[in-house]
Design a protein around this ligand. Sequence first.
Ligand SMILES: *Cc1c(COP(=O)(O)O)cnc(C)c1O
Length: 430
Amino acid sequence: MSTQKFATKALHAGHDVNQNGGTRAVPIYQSTAYVFNDADHAANLFALAETGHIYTRINNPTNGILEERLSALEGGIAAVVTASGTAAISTTLLTLLKAGDHIVASNSLYGGTYNLLSVTLPRHGVTTTFVDPSDPENFEKAAQENTRTFFIESLGNPKLDILDIEAISKHAKTYKVPLIVDNTVATPYLLNPISYGANIVIHSLTKYINGNGTALGGVIIDAGTFDWTNGKFPEFTEPSAGYHGLVYSDALEAAAFIAKVRIEGLRDYGGALSPFNAFQIIQGLETLELRIKKHSENALELAKWLQEQPEVNWVNYPGLETSPYKHLAKKYLSEGQSGIVTFGVKGGYESAKKIADTTKLFSLLANIGDTKSLIIHPASTTHQQLSDEAQESTGVTKDLIRLSVGIENIDDLKEDLKSAFEVIKKTVLA
Ligand SMILES: *Cc1c(COP(=O)(O)O)cnc(C)c1O
């Protein structure tokens, strides 16, 4: 393991300038396929007897540098990048599970993930039980004979609940299933789930890691710590019909899962990342530490300021003294709590909608993790299709406004919100 610190790895890991023509920046290898030396070389590559490149849906040199860098930053053994965070989640689950299998998941999940687990995967015979993650025992209580994974987000969006990864990972270990952690909101700078027992870490690279709102991407990182030979995963211990009888756990040992993600998951489901997007994401990743420190600093200051505003009923940010997750923030997010802040306004649904409609610096859109500040009213947008009950469990109340606090000057951000509060005072609250 390298002893280099985060900022150094974020700039250098995976890129050997001598191997890439001396280019100081990571070059874009915008090629779909690679010329083989001869027919034997080609046969060896397909047989996995030699490593190399065949076709960009499976691997690519630019993507490979991003994979090595992200794996180094999370403390994994290897990674696979994908077309989006959603592709990372679906490719992981489709590689791991089959019809008849079951997932236990936290009930505070990104909306798209919640839909995948609650509506789409059941159509393919994979079901999920959602549990309140604030009591880690709930995961084992909900586990069934056919349960094959526990799925959580380290810092739930938009509930901003911090999960006790270490405690949940102990239950996953007892139950002999891998723990998958979506670490998108926390980012690898603030939190490394693998050091608390996560077996697979997923990110949407679209958010803080790219950070500029210019490219979709995702990654799957394998800790290499799960025992696939424990009897619950025959796809890894029996000859694979999908790869001429390859026994993944014998041939690839600790890397069995991530190898299967690449050579069967990417090959068959096709969610590969464009090398151009990988290049964009690499530019962002170089400054992740600087940006996430500023996002966290701005978010904390804005959250404290919001608590003092007469139009505001409540503020949720894991860095506040009043946060119910303060003790978990100390353990898991001691360097900062990222850039998402939620708050409730007087006047409920109408006020919240009006504020989202009125701010100028805070752009009204459905994304997070951009350098520019963003705002949304989930009850009328991202969570509109959910039932009242489902809204409640994902932490979305009618009066809730979600901010993704950018890295602008904090005074300008306060001024923008203040102007919006003046407008609701004269309209909805008048
Ligand atoms: C955005 C997001 C995703 C999905 O990522 P895309 O890149 O938009 O597909 C998954 N999980 C979390 C926590 C997210 O915020």
